[in-house]
Design a protein. Structure first.
Length: 335
């Protein structure tokens, strides 16, 4: 019995009554000037024939692997889980696959991942938010196009794009929302005190107070990690040492930890203490008391990052993009 013979582009072209070039354009999503009817016919035939592109042959022609790397500091954090999902979906829509690496925010581990991805021939890399400043010498030596998301990076020729969030405005909106609700003593929970990102967020928090004519009590500021465990610990310490009526958390995970600590003390959110998060992760509306938060458009940001990277890879002029995501308040039940 003859073995199964894999379908080819020629088979699809023959069945659809079009040229091989037309099929190639559609399958590679470079079909702006091809009719919807033709595109639909080609994709239907590709599915019917179980067509699988020969990535090895294609890479020999294009000198690209059609593989992208994604490095995140903590895949257990739902923010990064959602971001990776967005990146992978966007990559697949454009004919690329992804390799995920988790760095734990450790410089040596991130550098090892960069070397691993380079060794496996990825076309480009997404470096997601982390307190680690990338090794400029290593990136320059690898010369792999990369996108920086919400982190400090050196200006290198291989920097394809930066995708940042306006954190100052997000923190300003968060504090301003709580102040408008009548709160004057607001705690502030954030990541590492050494991170420039923390300074940016704190500046927005302070600006909202300044515009309202309210002093910021530095005893209400706690910096550590964007983890629910730190949110819980910091809120416990604050409850034992001072008074406040609201908590402005710079991540949803911090906010979840804060609400746990408040509940453990017998306090009711938001009646006894209001809580604002930051990120708008998919879990935020699913909590017993749905979390009020700042939406930083995670899925959209991941899609934009991948598109910018692929545009840089495939564009003739390799034009660098700089994108800033504007956050907004999401009103729910905790504030």
């Amino acid at each position: 019995m003859r073995g199964h013979v894999a379908a080819t582009i020629k088979d699809i072209a023959r069945g659809a009554g079009v040229s091989i070039a037309t099929v190639s354009k559609v399958l590679n999503r470079k079909d702006a000037f091809i009719s919807e009817e033709t595109r639909s016919r080609i994709w239907s035939l590709a599915r019917e024939l179980n067509y699988t592109p020969n990535s090895i042959a294609r890479s020999l022609v294009t000198r690209r692997s059609q593989v992208l790397g994604i490095i995140v500091p903590d895949i257990l954090n739902p923010y990064f889980t959602e971001l990776v999902r967005a990146c992978d979906d966007a990559a697949r829509l454009r004919g690329y696959t992804t390799i995920l690496c988790n760095s734990d925010g450790i410089p040596d581990k991130e550098e090892a991942h960069l070397a691993f991805l380079a060794g496996h021939g990825v076309d480009g890399i997404v470096l997601a938010a982390s307190g680690v400043i990338p090794n400029a010498g290593l990136l320059r030596g690898l010369n792999i196009p990369f996108v920086s998301m919400d982190r400090e990076v050196p200006e290198l020729d291989c920097l394809a794009a930066t995708v940042d969030t306006d954190y100052r405005n997000g923190a300003f909106q968060s504090a301003g929302y709580l102040i408008a609700k009548g709160h004057t003593r607001i705690a502030f929970l954030c990541g590492s005190a050494e991170s420039s990102n923390t300074g940016i967020r704190l500046a927005g928090f302070e600006e909202a107070h300044r515009q309202a004519g309210i002093d910021v009590d530095r005893n209400l500021v706690r910096c550590g990690e964007f983890q629910h465990s730190f949110g819980r610990q910091a809120t416990r310490e604050l409850l034992e040492s001072t008074r406040f009526s609201a908590i402005c958390c710079m991540s949803d995970m911090l906010a979840i930890g804060a609400t746990v600590a408040l509940r453990e003390k017998g306090l009711v959110v938001p009646d006894d203490c209001a809580v604002m998060g930051f990120d708008n992760i998919y879990l935020a509306p699913l909590l017993e008391c749905p979390l009020s938060t700042i939406d930083r458009r995670i899925f959209e940001a991941g899609t934009i990052a991948i598109d910018a990277l692929i545009d840089f890879l495939e564009g003739p002029d390799r034009r660098r993009a700089a994108i800033v995501m504007e956050p907004s308040v999401v009103e729910r039940k905790t504030a």
